[in-house]
Write a protein that binds this ligand. Structure first.
Ligand code: F6R
Length: 234
């Protein structure tokens, strides 16, 4: 694992954006795996700026998102989050976006996305990590699932996500890529933001052990992971 330690989040976001922009320049039709949440926001702002400034062209790129809430309101969906923070700000064709539909039958979405991953390989997967070590919504448990599935969000995740929902109606289920789907990406970029991730990060950095109780440790099994975190978190 390549570890990049930074002075602050701005530097993390800049380095993350540089890695994505360089991958896009090398392969303009790349399949980019994307994450939602607070962590990637600075990266998305810089990608949008690069596109606006003519330094990035997403016209042939394709994207797939890690996860989506089940049965949430449109304004609370991750697909809306991505439109607001990235998709509406870059020249990515709508038809090149793959996303679980928050209103569709979750089992049908799982089948559709399993079909997608059977036929496509993600070139670069951007990840954040939850305070409990989850990646995507692969929550700590006795076992982890390999393929796209519906998951019950852990109480800690529901608490951590409550800040996004003014009325407190935090979704309790999501459709998520599985651990195998994530680990099949050609390369992985893990960005860590926030004090609450310190424990999960320590589990990853202080040992090469892999544990389902801290799913991010599974990244030890992948040959091409870049981790970007603020030095103060280590
Ligand atoms: C989001 C996702 C999650 C988040 C994680 C960190 O698509 O898959 O694993 O990356 O919960 O969230 P933030 O960045 O809000 O701290």
């Amino acid at each position: 694992m390549k570890v990049i330690l930074t002075q602050n989040y701005e530097e993390s976001a800049r380095k993350g954006a540089e890695i994505i922009l360089s991958a896009l320049a090398d392969k303009p039709d790349m399949l980019l795996g994307l994450a939602t949440g607070e962590t990637p926001l600075g990266v998305y702002r810089l990608l949008a700026e690069a596109c606006r400034g003519g330094r990035a062209d997403f016209s042939r790129a394709r994207t797939v998102n890690l996860d989506e809430y089940v049965g949430c309101r449109e304004e609370d969906s991750y697909s809306r989050f991505m439109s607001d923070n990235l998709f509406d700000r870059i020249n990515l064709p709508r038809e090149n976006i793959t996303f679980a539909d928050h209103l569709a039958d979750p089992a049908a979405e799982v089948a559709r996305l399993r079909g997608f991953f059977a036929g496509h390989t993600v070139d670069l997967q951007l990840l954040g990590v939850g305070p409990n070590g989850h990646i995507g919504f692969n929550e700590p448990d006795e076992t982890l699932e390999s393929l796209v599935h519906v998951t019950d969000l852990a109480p800690a995740t529901i608490d951590a996500n409550a800040r996004w929902f003014i009325d407190g109606a935090v979704p309790t289920q999501a459709v998520t890529m599985g651990m195998g789907d994530i680990l099949r990406a050609r390369s992985i970029l893990l960005l860590v933001k926030g004090e609450s991730k310190r424990e999960a990060l320590r589990g990853l950095l202080e040992s090469d052990a892999v544990t389902t109780r801290n799913p991010v440790t599974f990244l030890h099994l992948h040959p091409d992971v870049t981790l970007i975190a603020e030095k103060s978190l280590t």
